[in-house]
Unconditional design. Structure first.
Length: 484
């Protein structure tokens, strides 16, 4: 058994390990309670299905998605429940039920439970690798999970994060321009006539227009796919939506508080301007006393701290100068003392916002990244064999419904996420649901690595300030994130 050399105690005897083990324990009462809560939870949604057998199939599918099955597609779910495969397959793939009505009820439930004027709307595109070429929208796209360009379907998800937790709001399948223009493939996959090609940032603005009035929020957050698009940021400003968006480290910015270059002797010219420079170069040149330190959350290895700095800037946009925004640079300090990861963001709000609030709102985006990553392992988000446009949205709706139940369970149990690998295991509400029904011997938990487990949690408060960084931190070197 591994031991800690300084004390000779085993790793399992360490107080932190004991705390994690205690947090991972699930009692028989919790298992039974989880089962009852799932039945009550589904009572809200089953009436939205047109026929009694559809409601019955919905219960079977959601229970299957929450189970410990290794593969959560129609056949193993049907086998697990002792029912024929074809009705389940038809229900998910092409059943005549209104997934938009179900999703609308999920949104109402999320807002009832988590609604907060300081909540954050988060857009997150997610890739689903596909082996064939016949699934709706499949194309050669960058897949972050695989780290390469591969055959994928891309889904755009809108989710909601507050200090109480997080939940899903909407989903939509992306069709590339070539795919949207192909009549033969559209007919084969039953794509509705009204679905046209849109860039993902335009899809995001359309989603925002649909839901912004019904979901209380204080800001919009997204990754650099959206942050680098000037038109997306302009669309948010036009709607008076505050935002904090990731941008690449090589984003060209002009520091509006920077010192102008000296005028050359005897030379008359137009007004001198602070030159544009890369965001990472600007950050590297800042003195240590300008950085402020915050605690963003309590992680599995203790409080997680970041150092942040901000300045008003203009960006260079197609040879034009953009409007004033805030550049925010965040160093994510590692508990082991290794070099910090550094992220870059553009922020804007109609009113003054303290830096600590920007840092906290940015951190909410990682709640959603982890929620969706867990959804792939725990709620079968990527376990589907449907090919049609309708089938994709049916499956995603049912998976997001299951994922929302898991979010509620985590809040009800009041436990931290004990399973950092994203699989249904001890201390996990998904495992509790699975444990309350018989499981075949062939079933095994599925391991699924989550993204950035140290930088996210189920309950993320706004950042707590610790003031300026001491001068001693100037010896810390930065490792800049490269543009992928």
């Amino acid at each position: 058994m591994d031991t800690i050399e300084e004390t000779g105690m085993s790793l399992l005897e360490h107080p932190q390990a004991q705390s994690l083990l205690a947090d991972a324990q699930v009692t028989a009462g919790q298992v039974r309670g989880s089962r009852r809560r799932l039945e009550r939870f589904l009572e809200r949604y089953v009436p939205l299905f047109y026929r009694k057998e559809q409601g019955h199939n919905a219960r079977i599918v959601v229970e299957g998605l929450l189970s410990g099955l290794e593969r959560k597609t129609a056949e193993p779910i049907a086998r697990e429940h002792g029912v024929p495969r074809k009705p389940i397959q038809f229900f998910v793939g092409s059943g005549k039920w209104d997934d938009e009505a179900v999703m609308a009820e999920v949104r109402r439930h999320v807002v009832e439970t988590l609604g907060d004027p300081q909540g954050v709307l988060v857009f997150d595109p997610s890739a689903f690798p596909k082996k064939g070429t016949h699934s709706c929208g499949v194309a050669r796209e960058w897949c972050g999970r695989l780290g390469k360009v591969e055959n994928c379907q891309i889904g755009l998800f809108l989710a909601y994060a507050t200090g109480r937790g997080q939940g899903p709001l909407d989903r939509r399948l992306y069709l590339s321009q070539a795919w949207a223009a192909d009549r033969v493939r559209r007919d084969e996959c039953h794509v509705p006539a009204g679905v046209k090609f849109q860039e993902r940032w335009r899809m995001a603005l359309e989603m925002l227009d649909r839901h912004r009035d019904s979901v209380p929020h204080g800001a919009v957050a997204a990754d650099d796919e959206f942050g680098r698009v000037a038109a997306f940021r302009a669309g948010l400003r036009d709607r008076q939506e505050a935002y904090v968006l990731d941008v690449p480290c090589n984003t060209q910015v002009r520091d509006l508080q920077g010192r102008r270059p000296p005028r050359r002797a005897g030379q008359k010219s137009r007004r001198r301007q602070v030159p544009f420079r890369r965001a990472d170069a600007w950050a590297a040149a800042q003195p240590p006393e300008r950085w402020q330190e915050f605690t963003v959350q309590d992680g599995q290895k203790g409080p997680i701290r970041v150092q942040a700095i901000t300045t008003p800037v203009r960006t260079r946009q197609d040879q034009r100068r953009g409007p004033q925004e805030g550049l925010i640079v965040i160093r994510h300090l590692e508990s082991d003392g290794s070099e910090p990861d550094v992220s870059y963001h553009l922020a804007w709000a109609p009113q003054e916002v303290p830096l600590e609030h920007w840092v906290g709102m940015h951190a909410r985006r990682h709640q959603i990244e982890q929620m969706l990553e867990h959804g792939k392992g725990e709620a079968g988000l990527d376990h589907y064999e449907v090919r049609s446009y309708v089938g994709w949205h049916h499956h995603m709706t049912l998976s997001l419904l299951a994922l929302w139940f898991l979010s509620l369970e985590r809040m009800a149990m009041g436990k931290k996420d004990a399973g950092g690998d994203g699989a249904a295991g001890a201390g996990d509400p998904g495992a509790s649901v699975a444990a309350s029904r018989p499981q075949s011997a062939a079933d095994r938990p599925r391991g699924q690595h989550s993204a950035n487990p140290q930088r996210t949690s189920k309950d993320l408060p706004l950042a707590r300030s610790h003031g300026p960084v001491p001068a001693a931190s100037s010896t810390r070197r930065l490792r800049m994130k490269r543009l992928q």
